[in-house]
Ligand binder design. Structure first.
Ligand code: ZN
Length: 237
């Protein structure tokens, strides 16, 4: 609850979670404090073009002028994995998967807020795929298997772009990217199996599933018909 002369009395459904939300709340309250109410009838204004009002053109111009507000990121698609796997990674990148943090942000009551795997931090897409201890173990297995330097990612985008910074041939780079997309897919599946079916998460099982699924997809969808399981186990393409 919050009260001041301009804002009236807030009655939030829940307390803000994490630094980001606390910062957003503080900014909101600061904005509200700058509002001065006057007598007269209300009217709607469009701050990007106060004379003419809203138009798509003024919105577009405002976004271009603002630079950072225009997100030009285009995810690279990989037809060696099924489209559902690529779409899932794309949704993870946009933070559009139903982890607890996202459900809470949308006002959905959930009984749990911490990561169901490590139970140490609020579960966000980034936590689940990057900073969770389990995710770190998985990426460590992947980097050892594929013989790439240790994977240090700060954002999901880093995970989706790291194949570009390998010294692999184009074909091997695409296979490594397929492995990364498969990893994001399998971590999410393992998390869901834990949450909805109570299946414990076992690193070796998840790593085995990543290797087996990516082998199937890279061999058959990528038409790498001569690729044997032995070669794949050594990530030799
Ligand atoms: Zn965790």
């Amino acid at each position: 609850m919050y009260e001041n002369e301009n804002c009236g009395r807030w009655d939030w459904r829940r307390q803000p979670l994490g630094q980001e939300e606390v910062g957003e709340l503080r900014n909101l309250l600061l904005e509200c404090q700058q509002v001065s109410l006057v007598v007269g009838s209300d009217r709607v204004i469009w701050s990007l073009d106060e004379d003419s009002g809203f138009s798509v053109k003024s919105l577009k111009n405002g976004m271009v002028d603002n630079g950072g507000a225009m997100d030009n990121y285009v995810m690279e698609w990989n037809n060696w994995v099924p489209s559902k796997v690529g779409i899932h990674a794309w949704r993870v990148e946009m933070e559009r998967i139903p982890v607890w943090f996202e459900l809470l942000k949308r006002g959905i009551a959930v009984s749990l807020t911490v990561c169901p795997i490590c139970e140490e931090e609020v579960e966000s897409a980034e936590h689940l795929m990057i900073s969770c201890r389990f995710a770190q173990h998985v990426w460590s297995v992947i980097s050892t298997w594929c013989k790439v330097p240790s994977i240090y990612a700060f954002t999901i985008r880093d995970l989706l772009e790291m194949h570009r910074y390998t010294c692999f041939s184009k074909r091997k780079e695409k296979a490594f990217y397929a492995v990364c997309l498969t990893t994001i897919w399998c971590v999410w599946r393992a998390r869901n199996a834990l949450v909805f079916e109570g299946n414990p998460i076992i690193l070796n099982n998840v790593a085995g599933e990543i290797k087996a699924l990516s082998y199937l997809w890279v061999k058959h969808r990528g038409k790498n018909t001569s690729l044997s399981w032995e070669m794949w186990r050594g990530f030799k393409l």
